[in-house]
Design a protein around this ligand. Sequence first.
Ligand SMILES: *[C@@H]1O[C@H](CO)[C@@H](O)[C@H](O)[C@H]1NC(C)=O
Ligand SMILES: *[C@@H]1O[C@H](CO)[C@@H](O)[C@H](O)[C@H]1NC(C)=O
Ligand SMILES: *[C@@H]1O[C@H](CO)[C@@H](O)[C@H](O)[C@H]1NC(C)=O
Length: 365
Amino acid sequence: RIIEWLVPDNMHHQWLLLAACFWVIFMFMVASKFITLTFKDLDGYSTKQEFLFLTTMPEAGKMPEEKLPEDVKPTENVLPKNQLDQPLMYLERLELIRNVCRDEALRNLSHTTVSKFVLDRIFVCDKHKILFCQTPKVGNTQWKKVLIVLNGAFPSIEEIPESVVHDHEKNGLPRLSSFSRAGVQKRLKTYFKFFIVRDPFERLISAFKDKFVHNPRFEPWYRHEIAPGIIRKYRRNRTETRGIQFEDFVRYLGDPNHRWLDLQFGDHIIHWVTYVELCAPCEIKYSVIGHHETLEEDAPYILREAGIDHLVSYPTIPPGITVYNRTKVEHYFLGISKRDIRRLYARFEGDFKLFGYQKPDFLLN
Ligand SMILES: *[C@@H]1O[C@H](CO)[C@@H](O)[C@H](O)[C@H]1NC(C)=O
Ligand SMILES: *[C@@H]1O[C@H](CO)[C@@H](O)[C@H](O)[C@H]1NC(C)=O
Ligand SMILES: *[C@@H]1O[C@H](CO)[C@@H](O)[C@H](O)[C@H]1NC(C)=O
């Protein structure tokens, strides 16, 4: 009787195994076809913009390498060879940071305390010893997805529901702040650490558009609570009744007493506080600083340096898509007083200097 029960069960298992094999092959085929890039908005990266599509290969160990479709193979042949020999640019970026951090005149703009706020910004992948400091508006969602998959909570990037990417209860991507003091120290000392920056003013324009103009994710509090708060305090023309304008935003950010409102806005300020305040680049010795403007080279470099380039692949980023657009910056600052722009620069000067972005004289003089 027992045998009778076992036989159909065994057959059942075999069918399941076969189905699983087909499923795995099917997923690889889907993945290989999926490397198409869609850009809805050239400036912001909404959660849907898979510009940094990375296909992980958790099944690679179980399958013969040559059966993988071309597109999901590890990517070293995709890389122009000369980049492999030129990490100089990245060393120069780190050197610049070291020098600017020593500049006493900029001390207040380059230094910060490694507070819980900073540790909350840093995500941990223990398996591959990686720390990633989140700096919005530079394609961070994609990097987070990579780390979520590497941590093992989901088998592939496509299977991570959008609702879970930023839900740190469920996505298996812990914040550095969740570890003990010793655990934090150990990780900061020994792990690969990186973050991505872009031109500070272009970043603010992108944040403004993403949070107050388009607001692609459903985050009504930006327009219904934060914007009115800024308008109440910073609108110059009291008879003006339109919604928040970039000018209001600039006046808020450039106000030396901006902290008064920051406190009311909570963690939402991560979209516009300085990179210094987010990631503490003078206190934490980062391994690589990526630039949004050169992400095409920087993304593969980061994957390689982090030792995960054999686990994840990435598409070519369409040329020009991440390029600094001076016309756009001029357009947004048009009509805003020099005084307000200079105050804004005064606050973000640390970011400009640390990461080698040119002072926007065309706005300031
Ligand atoms: C830096 O900040 C401190 C305290 O807020 C202030 O006393 C000092 O004058 C500032 N230094 C510079 C160079 O602005
Ligand atoms: C203030 O805003 C109102 C309404 O938009 C506009 O008619 C007026 O010209 C503005 N005043 C100034 C000084 O800009
Ligand atoms: C730069 O921005 C302007 C204004 O937003 C836009 O019309 C133009 O197409 C952009 N240029 C590039 C090269 O993306």
